[in-house]
Design a protein around this ligand. Structure first.
Ligand SMILES: Cc1cc2nc3c(=O)[nH]c(=O)nc-3n(C[C@H](O)[C@H](O)[C@H](O)COP(=O)(O)OP(=O)(O)OC[C@H]3O[C@@H](n4cnc5c(N)ncnc54)[C@H](O)[C@@H]3O)c2cc1C
Length: 476
């Protein structure tokens, strides 16, 4: 656990906001204490016993009363702390956050000992006074607050594992210092604030807080271990041809397996097989994803799906366990697989990351394979709006004989737009980005489609694409 601590007005909230902005969660102990006042009747009762009934309200504490009392009788602060701290500290331990912002921690040596690092934010007495006055506090209040807090901070200091952050200068200087401390804890194979627009076929989405393209298994394991240590959610991205990231981006680590077999394009697999006279997947030509993404989604077209030729799939879990599954164990079904089923949006602990696969192709004359490839490409060109960024079919076909495209078209929605997102005039199950469409636009269009098809045709459509909402927590 990392504690961000300091005296009132020293700037610990500012430091916490920089850490949050960088992509890490910070637990605010003050806010947690107020939650406890609300939720813990026992705690309220104790406070009332020691102070007076006036100290509590039905759902919390009477902050004005307590502040006044504490300012006028400083020893009451220690009394309040002796009641609240044990409950607060055990709650912090239960939550076990990575970063915790708390003025209290440096007053509790036994808790401070549990900290991996303590970052103490420092500012001069005058500056702190100035900041408190800027917040609109009365001068007399400021003086008593500072007196109560122990201006001679030296006596309260914890000397072990402390990083001191001097916050007497410009905000930018402080920011730089904090980011430098953080940098030490971010592996150098991770880049920060990478645009997801550039990594999706939709060309939509904000930044990924963290982004990495590991070179080998050891690096993948190191990334997973880092995510676990810092409670950072992660997401495995292929070519991004079936995802809609949020405009706010992804608050976690996006991992691309571009250096692994699974990160190669489906096209390169079909091409290599065709060169050896091996067919069976040639009708998937034109699907712009990776092998891993195609297996995860069980991608298919024109009566073929990738599962038809799968012999086995090798994957790695967040705990670093590598496992090879037979085709049957992959539990393939329409646009789904065991990998997709195991992937819940909130936990990737049990979600295997696909590394490679073995295929059983069918020997066929090269001419036949290449003729099939050409035909499906021509079909795609005439039926799909490939001149605009898109993510393929937005909704699954609700049944074998019921096409999502035909249903949407029957609601006269072709060409309907919100912002720069448009239901394609060529193919009603495609949404195209006419320039600067946002995720918000696309989601609004999707809602419109679902509602119209439900009202007009009494059919529930289910998205085929993976849709993100922010903040998106997927912690291992
Ligand atoms: C123009 C166009 C046409 C399309 N036509 C078709 C079509 O005919 N048939 C069809 O089925 N789809 C089609 N798609 C959709 C899409 O291309 C496929 O679903 C594709 O298989 C997704 O692969 P990807 O690498 O882009 O995956 P992404 O979109 O990057 O990811 C999709 C999902 O797969 C997961 N994933 C990716 N790689 C891995 C991995 N290595 N391990 C674990 N999980 C992983 C991701 O976490 C995510 O949940 C089309 C898309 C476009 C843009």
């Amino acid at each position: 656990m990392f504690a961000i601590t300091g005296l009132i007005g020293s700037g610990k909230s500012f430091v916490s906001s920089i850490i949050r902005e960088a992509g890490f969660e910070v637990l605010d102990a003050d806010a947690l204490a107020h939650e406890l006042y609300k939720e813990n009747a026992e705690l309220r009762k104790k406070i009332a016993q020691e102070f007076s009934d006036e100290a509590i309200t039905e759902n919390g504490v009477n902050r004005a009363y307590i502040s006044k009392l504490v300012f006028s009788e400083p020893e009451k602060l220690s009394l309040l702390e002796s009641i609240v701290y044990p409950v607060l500290l055990s709650e912090i331990e239960r939550i076990n956050p990575v970063f915790v912002e708390a003025a209290v921690l440096y007053k509790c040596p036994e808790f401070a000992e549990k900290m991996k690092e303590i970052w103490e934010v420092e500012a001069s007495e005058d500056l702190r006074k100035e900041r408190l006055l800027e917040r609109g506090l009365a001068r007399s209040d400021v003086e008593s607050r500072m007196r109560v807090q122990g201006v001679e901070s030296g006596e309260l200091r914890v000397e072990s594992c402390v990083e001191r952050i001097d916050n007497n200068g410009a905000r930018e200087e402080c920011r730089e210092k904090v980011l430098k401390f953080l940098e030490k804890h971010i592996p150098n194979i991770i880049r920060r604030d990478v645009s997801l627009k550039e990594h999706t076929t939709f060309k939509i989405g904000g930044n990924a807080k963290f982004f990495s393209e590991p070179n080998d298994i050891e690096e993948i394991k190191a990334l997973f271990a880092w995510c676990k240590e810092f409670k950072i959610p992660y997401f495995i991205l292929g070519k991004g041809s079936n995802v809609l990231f949020d405009d706010e981006g992804y608050r976690g680590l996006v991992i691309r397996l571009s250096k692994f077999d699974a990160g190669n394009s489906l096209h390169s697999l079909i091409q290599t097989a065709a060169n050896q006279g091996l067919g069976g997947l040639e009708k998937l030509e034109g699907i712009p994803g990776t092998i891993g993404g195609a297996i995860f989604m069980n991608a298919g077209a024109h009566g073929q799906q990738i599962s038809d030729c799968i012999k086995s799939v090798t994957s790695i879990t967040a705990n670093g366990e590598i496992k090879t599954r037979t085709k049957e164990e992959c539990e393939f079904s329409y646009r789904s697989s065991i990998f997709k089923k195991l992937s819940t949006l909130n936990s990737q602990l049990s979600t295997p990351t696909i590394l490679s696969a073995e295929f059983n192709f069918t020997p066929m004359p090269k001419e036949t394979i290449n003729k099939n490839r050409k035909e499906v490409l021509a079909w795609r060109k005439s039926k799909q709006p490939l001149q605009y960024p898109n993510a393929g079919s937005i909704f699954k076909n609700p049944a074998d004989n019921l096409s999502a495209g035909a249903l949407i078209e029957s609601c006269n929605l072709k060409g309907f737009s919100i912002g720069d997102a448009q239901i394609s005039e060529l193919h009603a199950n495609f949404i195209v980005n006419k320039g600067s469409a946002t995720a918000k636009d696309v989601k609004a269009l999707m809602e419109k489609i679902v509602q119209s098809v439900k009202e007009t045709r009494s059919v529930d459509l289910e998205p085929e694409i993976i849709v993100f909402t922010f903040p998106f927590l997927r912690t291992p």
